[in-house]
Design a binder for this molecule. Structure first.
Ligand code: FAD
Length: 318
């Protein structure tokens, strides 16, 4: 399997294309997910990221009639989906590996599953907080920050396991981490956020993928600040086309981002979400062309279960 950094090095300045998909809700048909991304395969994505989701606490009435909170993983299957993706589309799969909901030992086991599948890329993340808790809490025996998980993967790459007394056969994971052009919600300041990002790179991260942004100036400033803070690894822009008017508030709240005034005004003039979707495509094309001219290594799209708008952008950009 090719490493993300190798793809970038081999591209010789050409801008590459990749996508992120989300596992279906438990009980849904995996083929629907594959059909939804099929139109994107024409544009030959270099790799497909597959997100990982922790369990959520659900209230259920137990046998004794009392309400019980039970942990349910609503979107399981990241490792299995990666295996099927590679087999069906002959594309490299990049699983996300998260701290939330896992002990270090459970994480080690997941990393071995990935290693045995021949997967050499992982995107290492802290993970979202459990929904009912609101703030992130590590599982007992698990990691609190993505940097600690980066350390664990780097250790495995050196043949160091959690409990083994002798050196193990080393893995060879290329490690990606997340970066936030508009600052991570929990960070007290940009400076602190850059310092934490630098720490992840110092511990072994090979590249960064950004949170989605709709204003390229935010990405350009982020790259400048990363470089000023000594972060030299590739910084891959994460993009999502605006698809509905509601997303103006929902995405802003969930992902802690600001929409450019021009995009907001144009979206507000739209009379239907179909028009907003078209506007999102035009805006996405404009963003991509500017990012390519700037020299980004790769354009990474969050598909969020729909691919028609990403396919339209790709057909006008690549
Ligand atoms: P961290 O790097 O650990 O940072 C989290 C916060 O802690 C930041 O504010 C940082 O500044 C701060 N911090 C870091 N180290 C320290 C320290 N030592 N002391 C004090 N503060 C510190 N979530 C999922 O659940 N599943 C996914 O598959 C998933 N995929 C994603 C993909 C991308 C590209 C992005 C951008 C996000 C993704 N997320 C996913 C969301 C992500 O898990 C959340 O944004 C999470 O809140 C932070 O993750 P992180 O890896 O950036 O965390």
């Amino acid at each position: 399997m090719t490493k993300v950094t190798e793809f970038i090095n081999q591209a010789q300045g050409k801008t590459l294309f990749s996508i992120e998909i989300i596992p279906p809700l438990k009980g849904q048909n995996i083929n629907e997910l594959f059909q939804s991304i099929e139109p994107l395969m024409e544009f030959k994505p270099q790799f497909v990221d597959v997100t990982y989701h922790r369990e959520e606490l659900i209230d259920k009435i137990g046998d004794n009639g009392q309400i019980e909170r039970i942990p349910i993983r609503k979107r399981p299957g990241t490792v299995g989906i990666c295996a099927r993706l590679m087999e069906r589309f002959h594309v490299d799969a990049v699983p996300h590996v998260i701290c939330g909901g896992f002990t270090k030992d459970e994480t080690e086991d997941v990393l071995f599953d990935l290693h045995y599948l021949g997967i050499d890329n992982v995107l290492v993340l802290r993970g979202d907080p459990e929904k009912s808790a609101g703030i992130f809490k590590a599982k007992a025996g698990g990691h609190t920050y993505a940097s600690q998980l980066v350390s664990q993967v780097s250790d495995m790459n050196r043949g160091v396991l959690l409990h083994a007394e002798t050196e193990a056969y080393p893995t060879d994971f290329c490690i990606g981490v997340a970066g936030y052009p508009e600052k991570h919600l929990d960070a007290v300041s940009f400076d602190e956020d850059y310092a934490h990002l630098k720490h992840k790179v110092d511990l072994g991260a090979d590249y960064i993928v950004t949170q989605m942004f709709f204003d390229n100036q935010k990405y350009f400033r982020f790259v400048d600040q990363c470089r000023a803070n000594g972060i030299t690894v590739p910084i891959i822009p994460g993009l999502k086309p605006l698809a509905t008017k509601k997303q103006l508030s929902v995405l802003a709240r969930i992902f802690h981002l600001e929409f450019p005034e021009e995009l907001v005004k144009s979206a507000e003039k739209c009379v239907s979400d179909r028009e907003v979707r078209e506007l999102g495509v035009d805006w996405g094309v404009h963003q991509c062309k500017e990012l390519i001219a700037y020299g980004v290594p790769l354009l990474h799209f969050y598909t969020m279960g729909k691919s028609d708008n990403v396919a339209k952008i790709a057909s006008r950009v690549f």
